[in-house]
Design a protein around this ligand. Structure first.
Ligand code: ZN
Length: 250
């Protein structure tokens, strides 16, 4: 091949690769200077969760969380540096670490109106009244009693807790973490989406194995729900066969 032709092909190839891939080439990690505040904020969030209980923690607002931390000595108040870290994480531009979903929650202090939610028995989770509750009840009828709710409404602190723990298990790699947990402020769980699973399937409900269950296959035939995060979705999130988006007006 003529050298000039080869160079032109290489450059064209690189350019099209850059457009095809929504993720930055180098994974973005937490900065070393942030690590102590990340870790102490993560532990403090976990203490709040243990204090208020798993189910209540799904609905707690950021301000209520701060209130508990200030007033319960076994939790301890969030430090200025911890709060700065959590705020930066909430308001940061997420596309720089490969997450392209839309913001669902504008303010870190946005609170869920608990009167608009219903606790789903035996699940430890809540759903919003209206379309989400109606869709879940219909799913239980259409799919059968083996269909369970595995995650419903999530508050800002709940999403923070999930995201910080995912960052920890990804050893500080934000890009990898955001592929499986939406950053706080970007979760569709705060506006009606929910996760379902098969009774007795445990942690496998959050793996691709769920896509091989008869529960999943039945869901695919129903017009009022669809899978939010399909393979290769534009948000940059992994394939999540368990995550339900409601088809409005279906
Ligand atoms: Zn989900």
């Amino acid at each position: 091949m003529h050298r000039r032709t080869f160079l032109t092909l290489s450059v064209t190839g690189l350019a099209s690769m850059a457009f095809a891939s929504p993720s930055p080439a180098t994974p973005l990690f937490l900065e070393v200077a942030e690590l102590p505040d990340f870790e102490s904020a993560r532990v403090r969030l976990r203490r709040v969760r243990n204090y208020v209980g798993f189910a209540n923690f799904n609905l707690i607002s950021f301000d209520s969380m701060l209130y508990y931390a200030r007033n319960v000595s076994s939790i301890g108040a969030f430090t200025k540096r911890e709060l700065d870290f959590l705020e930066k994480l909430f308001y940061d531009e997420t596309s720089k670490y490969g997450f392209f979903g839309r913001r669902t929650c504008e303010s870190i202090t946005s609170a869920i109106d608990t009167r608009e939610t219903v606790k789903i028995p035996h699940s430890g989770h809540y759903l919003f009244k209206g379309e989400p509750l109606k869709a879940f009840k219909q799913l239980q009828k259409d799919v059968g009693p083996s269909l369970i709710l595995t995650s419903g409404v999530r508050s800002v602190p709940k999403q923070m807790d999930l995201f910080l723990n995912k960052i920890k298990s990804c050893k500080g790699n934000l890009q990898q973490a955001a592929k499986s947990i939406a950053p706080p402020g970007y979760s569709y769980h705060s506006i009606g989406d929910f996760d379902v699973g098969k009774k007795g399937f445990g942690h496998l409900n959050f793996t691709k194995r769920f896509a091989a269950t008869k529960e999943f296959l039945k869901i695919q035939t129903l017009p009022y729900v669809r899978t939010r995060y399909t393979p290769g979705n534009p948000d940059g999130v992994r394939y999540e066969p368990w995550h339900i988006e409601i088809v409005s007006g279906a």
